[in-house]
Write a protein that binds this ligand. Sequence first.
Ligand SMILES: [Zn+2]
Length: 271
Amino acid sequence: MKVIDFHVHVGLKEHWHSWVQEFQQSVGSDYYKRYEELSKPEGFAEYIKQHGIEKAIILAEYSPVTTGVVTNDYVLEFCEGRDCFVPLASINHFLTSDPAGELRSLFSRGFKGVKLYPSYHYFYPNDREVYPIYGVAAEHGFPVMVHTGSSVFRGARLKYADPIHLDDVARDFPGLKILLVHGGRGIWYDTAFLLSRIHENVYLEVSGLPPQNLLKYFPDMEKNSSKIVYGSDWPGVVTIGENIERLKRLPISEEALTQILYSNAKRILGP
Ligand SMILES: [Zn+2]
């Protein structure tokens, strides 16, 4: 079964705050055990291939207060020349005077979408200040990933992570592909699930959730399998392969698994 991993962080240890590194180490991630190899594009490309992953979506991040900074340039260079990596940009609208213009330029340089971090940057996702970002993504047909739900990282403010605010965005940009990252983790599983049911272009992204618990969080997962997208949140897992295996052991149909692990992501990314 082919797999697309929609949620992968790359970077060097020093890109992240100490508390982020401590968390990644505490889960026992391979990233630290095989750092020299897995922090480099060639080593990581080989690693995902061994785990049967066709493509990994590689995330940039400008979150200086909460997690750290992995620049768009770093991500672009990491992905360069490798079809197995898909670069996704980060825009922190507090750090730029022209978020829309910047995103347009990032798309022209090869980025295939953008991720927003409301609880790390402190804004509500339906804030009109970020609407130009949605406009540019919609115009290009590229997805917007939005962090929803809890975070273990210092400084994250949960009030900005309620997926309900994306209801406005989905209504105002009906053609925009929105991924509710972490599926509203903690207290908003039902909200995130419902939004992905009622909005044609809203998806539930399940990275950072123990795969063996997914049916507990989303009992009707099978019925909504065309709207659920797999992500590992590497290096926040021990190995990506084990994470995928746990998902495969859920009592859901082969067809649903294929959609979640591969075909939904493929459709979102487009040709
Ligand atoms: Zn993540």
